[in-house]
Design a protein around this ligand. Structure first.
Ligand SMILES: *Cc1c(COP(=O)(O)O)cnc(C)c1O
Length: 381
């Protein structure tokens, strides 16, 4: 790597003084566990994604787990999930004792469709987890109609999709239940953190209890009460709470979401422009029915292209550029050895051949030039 050029990371959270000040203020207030800032973050986030209620939790994995508990999924049930996703999407099905059934994705978006879900539906299928992969919106409206037709429950894994849109509305609007992540690999971050959103007030209330040990009165409510409150534990719950320190950071981050999405879409357009001169690399783009926040920007070398993905990754690393293999496929991991699956050729091709290019808020055009120059050099070999 030439000495004068800095390393280019694949992703870098856009955090500054304001987040630091908000966290310090929460600490100074003495209220650091789930409290008023979490409640405010829940209201603001739900409003931004077009949902009536938000329930903040400790991660998106926790959100997905609670979602399945709230939907009543358990032993004997099958849940259709894409294998092409971060492994948590499949794992949470096993947390509740049910069976994940892997479905294929469409090549253009990396997402499930009603057709690919239908191909693996059985009499035991109770639910579908739809992923908006890498921020690319899945056609949730088509999936919602499909699930309604077959009496299936739908949980949307929107971990990556804050700020993405579907037919002009935010992803999350109209979702029965959606789960979000605030891990630093996503657009908005609170260090670790997650959220569930829903329009159903009864479901929201149950989720609030489930994340707090199944208590019928939250610790914050009990603390604020002037009379003694005797809480009851109504069912088996969990400690999946978010802290007020995280929520304080989340509120600052949320106010930056529009700017983050705008900048990421600008950078994605910058890649599109530069990659045009490089035939043989297919770049991820918006589907016809929505807009991606480009949480991940991946390219897929044409089939049969010599060298392929791993050579490109090595050349980028050599140049001080951090890229990543494409989205993982859970069914290929040792944690799922022996787990039966239909053939998933599209999933396997995307996970084997695609690579994720660097894209972060403060990335410059010169840095994009450096990335594309390496790809061009390798393409010419
Ligand atoms: C990141 C991610 C998760 C897990 O999110 P955490 O907040 O890290 O638990 C789940 N599903 C998808 C699709 C993700 O990208």
């Amino acid at each position: 790597m030439p000495a004068q050029l800095g390393r280019i990371p694949v992703m870098k959270p856009w955090l500054g003084e304001e987040e630091a000040a908000a966290a310090a203020e929460a600490v100074a207030s003495g209220w650091v566990a789930q409290g008023p800032r979490v409640a405010e973050f829940e209201r603001a986030f739900a409003a931004r994604v077009g949902a009536a209620h938000g329930i903040a939790v400790s991660s998106c994995t926790a959100a997905l787990h609670l979602g399945l508990v709230a939907l009543g999924i358990g032993p004997g049930d099958e849940v259709v999930v894409p294998s092409l996703s971060f492994i948590a999407t499949a794992n949470v099905v096993r947390y509740v004792g049910a069976r994940p059934v892997f479905a294929e994705v469409e090549a253009a978006t990396g997402n499930l469709t009603a057709e690919t879900a239908e191909a693996v539906r059985t009499a035991r299928t109770r639910a579908v987890i739809l992923v908006h992969q890498g921020g690319v919106p899945a056609d949730a409206e088509a999936l919602r109609a499909y699930c309604a037709r077959h009496g299936l429950l739908l949980l949307e894994d929107a971990a990556c999709a804050a700020g993405s849109t579907l037919r002009g509305r935010p992803v999350g609007a109209g979702a029965a239940l959606a789960a979000w992540s605030f891990h630093p690999r996503k657009l908005l971050t609170t260090g670790e953190g997650g959220m569930l959103t829903t329009d159903d007030p009864a479901c929201a209330e149950r989720l609030r209890r489930l994340r707090e040990h199944g208590m019928d009165v939250s610790a914050a409510q009990r603390h604020l009460s002037r009379t003694p409150v005797l809480e009851r534990y109504t069912e088996l719950g969990f400690n999946y709470r978010m802290t007020d320190i995280q929520a304080a950071v989340g509120l600052v981050q949320l106010a930056k979401l529009d700017a983050m999405v705008a900048r990421r879409r600008e950078l994605a357009a910058g890649y599109r422009e530069r990659l045009r001169a490089l035939p043989g690399l297919v770049a991820i783009d918006d589907p016809p029915y929505g807009e991606s926040n480009f949480q991940s920007y991946w390219v897929l070398p044409e089939e049969g292209r010599p060298g392929g993905r791993d050579r490109l990754l090595a050349a980028l690393a050599e140049a001080g550029i951090s890229a990543r293999r494409g989205i993982m496929a859970a069914h290929l991991e040792p944690a799922y050895a022996g787990h039966p699956s239909v053939p998933l050729p599209v999933t396997e091709r995307i996970t084997r051949d695609s690579l994720i290019l660097p894209l972060f808020h403060t990335m410059t055009g010169e840095e994009q030039d450096r990335v594309v120059e390496v790809l061009r050099r390798e393409a010419g070999r």
